[in-house]
Design a protein around this ligand. Structure first.
Ligand code: ZN
Length: 254
């Protein structure tokens, strides 16, 4: 299994990061992508990737959009030259928290899409309460052959089908699938089936049942896998094989 979206460089893991990675390996997690949310955070992600033998991404989260440098391509270049950096993100729009002005969020999303397009780099998206604007920007900026994943997908069946059918995107599925309240998500997952899905934790956040209220960690991706098998009526093996193949193709992993 691959944890396609973690934040193991987060301070929440400062006391026991090595043990957390070791537990993930024991649980059958072969790879972890630790995801950056601004330039300094992406630097921490990359340092952790080198120190712990995992992978990283470089990105400006919509929360941090207002502090993004003007020349994002120049700022990203040294990251993207590092073989441990597999993707751009997380990038997107978040109109739920509105931590950055919406025009800054849109501008910085477009800038990251331009870099991804130019460098043929896969993109990790964060979208919350901004579906219409997000879709409009994708329709302008997306080109055939680009690779994207909607991290922590929580939309409805129609949104899932739009991402998958119109843009060929993957949907990142994690702990939320185990929440009692997530019946809408389970319906959306049934609507698209296993084929476009990959697994993630978003740790230290979004801890799955039965560990809710505690810190999430990559080993728990197995709980999302088991729940996904349940929801789709397939074997856990099928879930692991398909999501693994998807993640490897997406990140260009061997
Ligand atoms: Zn995240």
């Amino acid at each position: 299994m691959i944890d396609s979206h973690a934040h193991i460089h987060d301070r929440a893991f400062d006391d026991d990061r090595a043990e957390v990675v070791a537990r993930a390996r024991e649980a059958g997690i072969t790879q972890i992508v630790t995801v950056g949310c601004d330039l300094a955070d992406s630097r921490r992600a990359l340092d952790a990737a080198h120190a712990y033998g995992v992978y990283a991404s470089v990105g400006i989260h919509p929360h941090e959009a207002q502090d993004a440098p003007d020349d994002l391509a120049a700022a990203f270049a040294p990251f993207l030259a590092d073989p441990r950096v597999l993707a751009i993100g997380e990038t997107g729009l978040d109109y739920y928290y509105d931590h950055s002005p919406r025009d800054a969020q849109r501008r910085v999303l477009r800038a990251q899409l331009a870099i991804a397009r130019e460098r043929a780099t896969p993109v990790i998206f964060h979208q919350r309460d901004a579906y219409d604007d997000f879709l409009a920007i994708l329709r302008e900026e997306w080109r055939p052959g680009m690779r994207g994943v909607i991290h922590c997908f929580t939309g409805d069946a129609q949104q899932a089908q739009t991402y998958v059918n119109e843009f060929g995107m993957l949907l990142g599925i994690g702990g939320v699938l185990t929440f009692k309240s997530a019946e809408g998500l389970r319906e959306a997952v049934r609507a698209v089936g296993l084929q476009p899905l990959i697994l993630e934790t978003d740790c230290p956040y979004l801890t799955p049942v039965p560990h809710r209220g505690k810190r999430n960690e990559p080993a728990y991706v197995a709980l999302a896998a088991r729940k996904l098998a349940d929801v789709l009526g397939v074997t856990p093996d099928e879930v692991v094989q398909t999501t693994d193949a998807n993640a490897r193709m997406f990140f260009s992993l061997p």
